[in-house]
Design a protein around this ligand. Structure first.
Ligand SMILES: O=C(O)CCC(=O)C(=O)O
Ligand SMILES: [Fe+2]
Length: 374
């Protein structure tokens, strides 16, 4: 495979050729690193204007911004006052940050550590075996890929992903999962489903809806993405994940001890510290849309780092991407004369096609669906 170094003076640079060579290697970013590079290949290098713009959003040295923490320890259906407190905290966190941290969420620490280890095992197995899972067909039950928007984005992200489509069209047959991580994915899936149910109840109540309102909207789609961010020789020149907001109702995210996740909050990048055993919830675009901006789908990104690999596991709660029948828009229960709809009514298919077509270009996919009066 021919991949050019970032700093090398090339009279001509054939980006398409480089992308194709990368794609055909089927070995992902880890394959590039394993080849022993000391500079980032050019296809990963951020354009100069983006690097310059960065200076406007640098996190202040003394910034004490921290995402809100929700402690589920004393949660008990019968303790109405504690539940009400939690719902109030969820409402505030979802409307301001769009992110919160869950502690004492009930998923055992062993399961959390094991899913991280399982993902690491998948990405670090023999490349020839891993290649069997390489695909660019997002309908596949279980696929290994690098950057869904490789040919659309201005630069490639420094990460590989194992994506498991756990529910759609039917619950995934565990036999389709890689044997390096099959058992732990099945175990984690069970726990995540229970936790996702509780979180969607919180979110429904925080919007003043019936407890099961949101659950009824998106029970049929759950994606688990096991991300692997290899150590990077020049982390300041690229990103592990470009600035984006999620194409989900909400996301349950687990990160390992390395760190690198940042949220754009009040126009500065705020680091989401890795705290062992905790899980992050972030509101996705679809919940921002149906909540008519009551909840915020915050932009976030992942820095590349020298000390990798970094592993994270993101579970996206959604409804079928291909569904052309259900229409989503600001919920009538939320609208009023003072709070008129901000977004158009759309299908999941329309939204997804737009999200994929534009790639992670730093612009919210939601803008496209705003009513022109806004
Ligand atoms: O790896 C992370 O911490 C974040 C991943 C992420 O933002 C995503 O999968 O949408
Ligand atoms: Fe994300």
């Amino acid at each position: 495979m021919e991949i050019t170094g970032a700093g090398e003076q090339q009279p001509t640079y054939d980006r398409l050729k480089e992308l194709k060579a990368f794609e055909e290697s089927k070995a992902g970013v880890k394959g590039v690193v394993d080849a022993g590079i000391v500079k980032n290949p050019r296809m990963f290098v951020r354009p100069l204007d983006e690097l310059t713009e960065e200076l406007d959003h640098i996190e202040q040295e003394n910034s004490n911004f921290e995402i809100p923490v929700i402690d589920m320890e004393s949660l008990d259906q019968d303790d109405h006052s504690r539940r009400k407190e939690i719902i109030d905290e969820v409402r505030r966190a979802s409307g301001t940050w769009g992110f919160f941290r869950l502690v004492n969420h009930g998923i055992p620490l062993t399961v959390i550590n094991d899913i991280i280890k399982g993902m690491k095992r998948f990405h670090e197995q023999d490349t020839e075996l891993k290649k069997q899972y390489h695909s660019d067909d997002h309908k596949t039950g279980c696929m290994f890929y690098t950057n869904f928007d490789l040919y659309v984005s201005k630069y490639a992200n420094w990460r590989d992903t194992l994506r498991c489509n756990l529910l759609s069209p039917d619950p995934l047959d565990p036999q389709e999962l890689p044997d390096t991580c099959r058992d732990i994915i099945v175990e984690y899936w069970k726990h995540i489903t229970t936790l996702a149910d509780t979180v969607s109840e919180f979110l429904s109540e925080a919007l003043g809806l019936e407890q099961d309102h949101l659950k009824r909207i998106f029970t049929d789609f759950l994606i688990l993405s096991g991300h692997y961010y290899p150590a990077c020789p020049e982390p300041e020149l690229t990103l592990g994940a470009s600035k984006h907001s999620d194409a989900s109702f909400f996301t349950l995210l687990l990160q390992d001890h390395i760190g690198g996740l940042q949220i754009l909050h009040q126009n500065q990048w705020v680091t989401v510290k890795p705290i062992p055993g905790t899980l992050i919830v972030n509101i996705g675009d679809l919940l921002q849309l149906i909540s008519n901006d009551k909840f915020k789908s915050a932009e976030h990104r992942v820095l590349a780092n020298r000390n990798g690999p970094r592993v994270s596991v993101a579970c996206f709660l959604n409804t079928k991407f291909s569904d052309n029948t259900k229409i989503f828009g600001p919920l009538k229960e939320i609208l009023s004369e003072e709070n008129p709809p901000i977004y158009k009514y759309i299908t999941m298919k329309e939204y997804t096609e737009h999200y994929v077509k534009k790639g992670l270009d730093g612009v919210s996919a939601l803008n496209h669906f705003k009513l022109s009066s806004n």
